[in-house]
Ligand binder design. Sequence first.
Ligand code: CMC
Length: 428
Amino acid sequence: MSDTAKITVKGETYELPLITGTENETAIDISALRAKTGLITLDTGFKNTGSTKSAITFLNGEKGILRYRGYPIEQLAQKADFLEVAYLLIHGELPSAEQMDNFSGSITKHTLIHEDMKRFYEAFPPNAHPMGTLSSMLSSLSTFYPESQNPDRTEKDVELTIHRLIAKITTLAALSFKSGKGHPYIYPDNSLNYVENFLYMMFAVPSEDYELDPVVTDALNKLLILHADHEQNCSTSTVRIVGSSKANLYSSIAAGVSALWGPLHGGANQAVIEMLERMIREGGDMQKWIDKAKDKNDPFRLMGFGHRVYKNFDPRATIIKKSCDDVLEKLGVDDPALDMAKELEAIALKDDYFVERGLYPNVDFYSGIIYRAIGIPTEMFTVLFAIGRLPGWIAQWKEMVANKEPIGRPRQVYVGAQARDYVDFDKR
Ligand code: CMC
């Protein structure tokens, strides 16, 4: 195959190089297109646009493949610990036992937040959405650690910021839960591992024993691993683009949290449960909802169905569906929303509309059901997604810095009014 692509514009032909990745994905390198032809490309939603060359995550949407640094997601979800996967994403290789001890030891050491930060939670209204508070609190970490704002930070400074972020995100998430309920804060217990410590800060009550359930910690560990990276999606691209202006890492991550919040992205797990609850409230006629989802004049979509890149199945959904069954069985949960979810899944999977468009349940269809079963309130579901995605955002940010990528700045095709003269008020 030729290693160039030819483009003919108004009778003149230009050659553009082809770039091939390690999994034989091929791209046309258009970086010189404008200089050569004066043209730009237009691709709303970036459906066909590669924004970077990345060595972190490989996914093939048609075949349902997802790998972090070459390791299949199925193996990582089955065998690894979330912090081990975080190390892998951020550093590129699985850690040795000593590297793992140092990494998790340092993260454990940084779980406390500055006491003054607790006052922020007192000021938020009790029903503040935890994604709003999380984004604000992550950004405010940059004010407590001003050295992070120095664009010429040393590698050691960056490492410390990374450890602080991973350590404190769970403390901040649990604080927002406790403060929303008006309950006393539970400080981290550093004898617990990462996932256990988060559950402890969320659910322990002073003066009562808190027992961790291994089925729950295992399911949560898996969920965090499954969410840890997903190449250049909306929130990750946001983190990279904010970071490309040399904004500090805390603020770049806070921007990623905001991007994740939307119901078409991470907010889908919350939207799934809200949709199921609405279906139950309104009588449970599944066909009515399927018809609404298919109706082009109705904005309703089946939340938890479809994916920008997975067009046959979402490999994360396959793994988590099994955990979902385990958790529900172990906890003996009898949840009408779950019955509704199963019914909906069965109908949609047989419906031509969904089959023809490759719309299958995605990871968020099942994750919400697990979160609900273990007592996480619906509006915190996306916070759990953010905790999982954090190592991926960090790894992508680090790669963007290491690649010395230029500030992100797309172009546009202007379709507004042509030049015209200002009109005084009395003449309008
Ligand atoms: N329900 C009904 N129809 C749908 C749905 C849905 N959930 N998703 C896509 N379609 C239809 C859409 O109307 C379009 O039909 P047509 O070709 O007739 O115009 C076709 O399928 C293709 O949809 P699209 O909007 O062009 O696809 P996209 O790649 O731009 O959107 C998506 C992907 C995830 C935004 C979309 O499938 C969706 O809105 N799903 C529901 C929200 C959701 O579950 N999001 C979580 C994604 S997983 C978490 C993550 O990784 O962020």
